[in-house]
Write a protein that binds this ligand. Structure first.
Ligand code: HEM
Length: 121
């Protein structure tokens, strides 16, 4: 695979599945997810749609990620852990050039989310 190969739905599916498998057992951020997510299959489908929309502009995700995070007990420091696990997973499941793209997007979204959450507290 070279740098010009587009990111695929298969890569996104692997990223989402493996990332949340790590998240669920993570001592720092796992509890936030395990307390909030009632149906993991539905969550993984939603997050596949989200990343497909962000990365491939498929428009399958119609939600509002910011709103979904307002009620959650998220500490600012959790974002660093989230991003570390995300970047680590991206590099395991896709070529480095693709991992760099998805990690960059996640960084931007996380930064914005962090700012908005901080401004509400
Ligand atoms: C410390 C960081 C984060 C924590 C602890 C966290 C936790 C969660 C939890 C528990 C849910 C499920 C909420 C529910 O089902 O009621 C959720 C949903 C979601 N998260 Fe995060 N999240 C974090 C950061 C992020 C980031 C950086 C992104 C995007 C790059 C993201 C994208 C999403 C999306 C798209 C949803 C689904 C929202 C919807 O219901 O439409 N999250 N998050």
């Amino acid at each position: 695979m070279n740098a010009e190969t587009p990111i695929t739905e298969t890569e996104i599916a692997s990223l989402v599945e493996r990332f949340y498998a790590k998240v669920r057992v993570d001592p720092e951020i796992g509890p936030v997810f395990n307390d909030a997510v009632r149906n993991w299959d539905a969550h993984l489908t939603l997050l596949r749609d989200f990343w497909s929309t962000v990365l491939l502009t498929t428009g399958r995700y119609k939600g509002n990620p910011l709103l979904a995070h307002f009620p959650l007990p998220i500490e600012e420091r959790y974002f660093a852990r989230w991003l570390t696990l995300f970047s680590e997973t991206a590099n395991e499941v896709m070529p480095a050039s693709h991992a760099a793209i998805v990690t960059h997007k996640a960084d931007l979204i996380a930064l914005n989310m962090k700012r908005v959450l901080a401004s509400r507290r």
